[in-house]
Ligand binder design. Structure first.
Ligand SMILES: Cc1cc2nc3c(=O)[nH]c(=O)nc-3n(C[C@H](O)[C@H](O)[C@H](O)COP(=O)(O)OP(=O)(O)OC[C@H]3O[C@@H](n4cnc5c(N)ncnc54)[C@H](O)[C@@H]3O)c2cc1C
Length: 393
């Protein structure tokens, strides 16, 4: 087993680190405060073709794998960006993996080069108010009329729809009562934005305000066979292949934010004296941070294994098992790390200008999205341990 990075991986890590150092915590504090899309940052990573790390060179990407993508994500987040470094990359990754695996040659040629250069931003429209974690229960319908579909329904928590030129939409094409198997009857569509049939309203939220999140209403959206991604009725199975990379990118983000918070807290703890010695010498502060750091390193290795399984074409269930485990341990460890980093700052940790409160708001998101910790554990319980399912579809 060789844990050293390859020359290509070192180059990507180096390039990500240099970009992150230009867009440090002050930049993200402003973007978060002003609820502003990080245009300058996005243009810079677009020039470096980071949204195209996993896109083959023949479609304008860097032709690398998920292993390289998670290295870039960790480096961006760890070296000053926090979640800002990867929030938007995450969404292009989901669309990209779906198009790469299930898209026609026309769809690949049309969208991938623009995604790779950051010219098209992406969003994912999966979650619905009445379905939540029970995705198979979604109510958005795409009714077929001749060669076209008419889409009606509501989505919730859709991030970046205000920025995106392309939306990956999941909708029901066959009513639940007419399907033979629970996972069937849903289809994936690529929808170009903006479109007058799609209205949205912002949901004010706890963190990650440089990426806005919306409630979405779709009324009589007209789609043709050119919009269909993959096979009609198999959308659920198609999207599963993209949800595993999503978990890995989130795990990498959690790891990057945790390391950034730890690094910042360690620096502060060496300077800050309340009694005679720097507060960093107190074991009550040092051990929790050291403990969280050890867990973060363990999560990082697990996440690298998940990416390696994906890159080497392992079965999606095997990738799913490792990706869910990596997500669970990385997020738990990151929450622990940022919690203790914030404690080191005392009252200053609560002040916006010290940044750690922003990282705290960021890691909190990962308990809930893209999959909750409980649902990831339910997957492990059922599919890894072979225990009875904790829910019925
Ligand atoms: C900031 C933000 C951005 C988002 N961006 C997007 C996006 O871009 N696109 C998109 O499609 N979605 C997005 N989401 C949605 C996100 O993926 C969902 O919020 C998440 O999957 C959970 O669904 P829910 O909120 O409906 O919770 P629910 O499904 O209502 O769950 C509520 C609670 O019950 C628990 N629970 C439910 N079932 C079980 C069970 N069987 N066993 C144990 N516990 C259970 C859950 O873990 C959770 O704690 C975003 C969410 C947020 C907060």
């Amino acid at each position: 087993m060789d844990f050293r990075l390859t020359d290509d991986q070192l180059k990507i890590a180096d390039s990500a680190r240099k970009i992150a150092q230009k867009f440090g915590p002050e930049y993200w504090m402003e973007k978060d405060r002003n609820r502003e899309f990080p245009e300058e940052f996005w243009n810079t990573i677009g020039k470096a073709r980071f949204p195209g790390i996993i896109i083959p060179e023949k479609y304008g990407g860097l032709g690398k794998g998920l292993s390289e993508l998670i290295i870039a994500v960790e480096e961006l987040d760890e070296n000053g960006c926090g979640y800002g470094g990867s929030a938007h990359l995450l969404l292009s990754t989901i669309c990209t993996t779906a198009i790469l695996r299930h898209g026609s040659e026309e769809q690949k040629k049309k969208y991938l080069p623009k995604i790779a250069r950051g010219e098209i931003k992406c969003c994912l429209a999966l979650t619905e108010p009445d379905a939540g974690s029970n995705t198979l229960n979604i109510k958005t319908r795409a009714d077929k009329k001749n060669d076209r579909w008419i889409v009606n329904g509501n989505k919730i928590f859709i991030s970046d729809i205000d920025q995106a030129g392309l939306m990956l939409l999941i909708a029901r094409t066959t009513p639940q009562e007419k399907i033979e198997k629970k996972g069937l009857g849903l289809s994936l569509f690529l929808v170009e934005l903006p479109d007058d049939s799609i209205q949205y309203h912002m949901i004010p939220k706890h963190g990650m305000n440089y990426s806005k999140t919306f409630q979405v209403h779709i009324q009589n959206l007209q789609l043709s066979k050119d919009n269909l991604l993959g096979e009609e009725g198999k959308g659920w199975y198609h999207v599963l292949n993209s949800l595993n990379p999503e978990r890995m990118v989130i795990a990498a983000s959690a790891i990057g934010i945790a390391k950034l918070a730890i690094k910042t807290a360690v620096e502060y703890s060496k300077q800050r004296k309340v009694f005679e010695d720097p507060i960093g010498s107190y074991q009550g502060l040092q051990f929790p941070l050291a403990n969280a750091y050890a867990k973060i390193e363990a999560a990082r290795i697990l996440n690298q294994k998940a990416a390696w399984l994906y890159d080497t074409g392992a079965h999606y269930r095997e990738v799913g098992a490792t990706a869910n485990m990596a997500k669970v341990v990385a997020v738990d460890a990151a929450i622990e790390a940022v919690y203790h980093a914030m404690q080191i700052f005392g009252g200053y940790g609560y002040a916006v200008q010290y940044h750690v409160e922003r990282w705290w708001r960021e890691v909190n998101l990962f308990r809930l999205a893209p999959v909750t910790q409980q649902l990831a554990l339910a997957f492990i319980g059922e599919h890894v341990l072979g225990m009875p399912p904790s829910y019925r579809r």
